[in-house]
Design a protein around this ligand. Sequence first.
Ligand code: ATP
Length: 269
Amino acid sequence: RLLTDVIPPNDIGVTFDDIGALENVKDTLKELVMLPLQRPELFCKGQLTKPCKGILLFGPPGTGKTMLAKAVATEAGANFINISMSSITSKWFGEGEKYVKAVFSLASKIAPSVVFVDEVDSMLGRRENPGEHEAMRKMKNEFMVNWDGLRTKDTERVLVLAATNRPFDLDEAVIRRLPRRLMVNLPDAPNRAKILKVILAKEDLSPDFDFDAIAGMTDGYSGSDLKNLCVAAAHRPIKEILEKEKKEQAAALAEGKPAPALSGSADIR
Ligand code: ATP
């Protein structure tokens, strides 16, 4: 059940080059995470050089937090283990505690690994939440115990990377275990242009394609919004072809001629 949540480094398919802008965050991650994962022996001499135990990526939805976590794992040659509430509710319902134990045990066995907790607020939110279910509380405690256990055994080679859009909803105990917190913010216009360049890097664009003009018109867009915009734009010519074919078919039918065949599904909207 758990193996479906594990991606080996060569299959992750995201590198830092696939992420536009966010230079500061990428640089900090390289310094904090990759080196300790790749060269643990350099960091075990004194207390101050001990690798950090967990990193929190926080910021609005769609700004690239998951991509960053995946890129870290790829570039450090680490297995990527995605743990989420949705996995618990779909595959491990009522067995959150068992799930968490299995995740940490597997992470150590296949180290180096990155344990990515997306929407960490939904999994490890404030403990004093009054309506909190007993099973949920047990699962959270199990998480903390295993996380602390890692520190003395495998910290150098297992890293917890957590992401949230709601950092203020996190439990104090969780915040303490995530001493480095990196803000992943919405991009400004120059950074939107950089993100567009990455998203469109492999597309056949006209030579006078104006990245800055589009960046200037997309205030408030996240990286994810920009990706969706590009996908919609790329579908437009397809829609136009299909609409033209439909019109030709209707015209032919109206004139009593044999209708030209449609070249594909006309259902691209
Ligand atoms: P959420 O908080 O909703 O989980 P997120 O911050 O984890 O979102 P991602 O899942 O990493 O965001 O990004 C969603 C998609 O948006 C990516 O798969 C990618 O296509 C695009 N994207 C976001 N940010 C960038 C970026 N900086 N460069 C290139 N593509 C990006």
